[in-house]
Design a protein around this ligand. Structure first.
Ligand SMILES: Nc1ncnc2c1ncn2[C@@H]1O[C@H](COP(=O)(O)OP(=O)(O)O)[C@@H](O)[C@H]1O
Ligand SMILES: [Mg+2]
Length: 374
C-alpha cells in the first residue's frame, strides 16, 4: 500500500529542482512560498524575481514534472509569484521576508512588503475596469471599450483578471487555444483584431473557484508577465477586466504593474453605488488614478417599442462622480442587444458599429483617448 500524498512528499520532490540563481534546490533557495495538497490536486507557488518569468518558466515546468511523478497526484499546477528583486530576492529565505515590517504603502497585507510595480515592455497603457459589485457590467464594458479603442486605431489587449469567474473568453468568443511561444511564454488568443488572455482559455469553467489567495496572486502575475502580449508589436492599451470588489486580484494588479488608471462601472441604484464607493476608496488608497465612472444599465430601452424606463433609477453614478470629483464618462442603457452580442462573443461595438449603443462606447473611448494622449 502506498502512503497518502502529503505536503512533505511534495517538498521532497521539489528538492530535485534546481534554482538557476542559487544552484541549490528551489526549496533551499526559499522560492517555494506555498504548497497545498487536496484530494490529489497539488498547487505550488514558486516565488520569482520580477521580470524573470521567461527564464523561470522552465523551472516552473520542472516543478510540475517532479511533483507529477509522485504516486497519488491527480493534477499539479505550479504558479509563479513575482516580487521585485529589490524588495525580496527569490533566493532570500522565507522567514527573513516574513519578519520584515510591512512597508508603509496605503494598504498592508502584513506578510511581506508589496513589490514595486514594473511596466510591461511594449504595453503603453494599462486601464483597469472595476466595480464594487458583480453583475453590473464590467466585462461587457471592458470588451466594448476595448473594441472601441481598436476601432479608433489603437492596438489593444484584453486581460481578464477575474480568475474566479472569467468571462472574456465567452464575450470575445473562443478562438484558437493559447499556445506557448519559443520563449515559453503563453501566446494570447487573437479575437476581433485584439489580443486576449483569460483564465477561461486555460482551465475548464468553474475549476478556478476553489483557488486560495496565493494561487490567485500567482495566476494574475503569470497572466500579466508570462504572456507574450507584444509578440506582434506594441500595445497602445491593455484593458484589464477586474473581478468585483477589492480582493487579491485587484491588489496584485496594482502591485505588479503601474496602472494608467481605473474606470469604475456602476448601475444607478444606491446599493451598487455604495459598493462603487468602496472600489473608489481602494484605488485612492493605492494611489491609482481614477479615469472616471460609467453608469451601466442606466435606462432600460424596450427592444420592441423603444420606450425608455429607468428600472434601476437614473443618474446615480453621475451624482457620485460629481461628489467624488471624478469625471463622469457616460451612460450605457440596458438593452437586450448589448447582452446578446456580449454573451455571443461579439461586442456590440463590432456587431452593430453604426448603432446608438456603439456610439455611446465610441464617445467614451474617444474622450479617454484624447485625455490619455495629452
Ligand atoms: N448595458 C447592458 N444591457 C444589457 N445587458 C447587459 C448590459 N451590461 C451588461 N449586461 C449583461 O449583464 C450580465 C452581467 O454583465 P457582466 O459584464 O458579466 O458583469 P460583471 O463583469 O460586472 O460581472 C451579462 O449577461 C451581460 O451581457
Ligand atoms: Mg465580469
Amino acid at each position: 500500500m502506498f502512503k497518502k500524498l502529503s505536503k512533505k512528499k511534495v517538498m521532497d520532490a521539489l528538492e530535485t529542482v534546481i534554482h538557476p540563481k542559487t544552484g541549490t534546490s528551489v526549496v533551499t533557495a526559499g522560492a517555494i512560498s506555498d504548497v497545498s495538497v487536496k484530494d490529489g490536486e497539488v498547487f505550488v507557488t514558486l516565488q520569482i524575481d520580477q521580470g524573470t518569468a521567461g527564464i523561470m518558466e522552465g523551472v516552473r515546468k520542472k516543478c510540475d514534472e517532479a511533483v507529477g511523478k509522485l504516486s497519488g497526484v491527480k493534477s499539479v499546477r505550479t504558479v509563479m509569484t513575482a516580487h521585485s528583486s529589490a524588495a525580496n530576492g527569490a533566493a532570500a529565505p522565507k522567514t527573513s521576508t516574513q519578519n520584515q515590517a510591512p512597508k508603509k504603502t496605503g494598504f498592508g497585507h502584513g506578510k511581506r512588503p508589496p513589490p514595486t510595480p514594473e511596466p510591461i515592455e511594449g504595453i503603453k497603457r494599462i486601464i483597469a475596469v472595476a466595480s464594487g459589485k458583480g453583475g453590473v457590467g464590467k466585462s461587457t464594458t471592458s470588451i466594448n471599450l476595448a473594441a472601441a479603442f481598436s476601432a479608433l486605431g489603437w492596438k489593444v489587449g484584453v486581460f481578464d483578471c477575474d480568475i474566479y469567474g472569467p468571462s472574456v473568453q465567452r464575450m470575445l468568443g473562443e478562438g484558437a487555444k493559447p499556445e506557448f511561444t519559443a520563449e515559453d511564454m503563453i501566446r494570447p488568443v487573437t479575437r476581433h483584431g485584439m489580443k486576449a488572455m483569460s483564465m477561461g482559455y486555460l482551465v475548464p469553467e468553474g475549476r478556478a473557484t476553489v483557488w486560495r489567495g496565493p494561487m490567485v496572486i500567482g495566476a494574475v502575475q503569470q497572466l500579466l508577465n508570462g504572456v507574450a502580449w507584444t509578440e506582434d508589436g506594441d500595445l497602445d492599451v491593455l484593458i484589464v477586466d477586474l473581478p468585483p470588489g477589492t480582493g487579491d486580484a485587484q491588489l496584485t494588479l496594482v502591485q505588479t504593474v503601474p496602472l494608467t488608471g481605473v474606470i469604475i462601472v456602476s448601475t444607478p441604484q444606491d446599493i451598487a453605488l455604495i459598493d462603487a464607493r468602496k472600489a473608489y476608496d481602494m484605488f485612492i488608497k493605492t494611489e491609482t488614478p481614477i479615469l472616471g465612472m460609467i453608469e451601466n444599465m442606466s435606462t432600460f430601452i424596450c427592444p420592441s417599442c423603444g420606450e425608455s424606463t429607468d428600472i434601476f433609477g437614473h443618474g446615480g453614478a453621475k451624482e457620485t462622480a460629481a461628489e467624488k470629483d471624478i469625471p463622469f464618462l457616460g451612460e450605457i442603457p440596458l438593452h437586450l442587444d448589448i447582452r446578446t452580442h456580449a454573451d455571443d462573443g461579439t461586442p456590440i461595438v463590432i456587431a452593430q458599429p453604426d448603432g446608438e449603443h456603439a456610439k455611446r462606447y465610441m464617445d467614451i473611448a474617444r474622450e479617454l483617448k484624447k485625455g490619455l494622449m495629452g
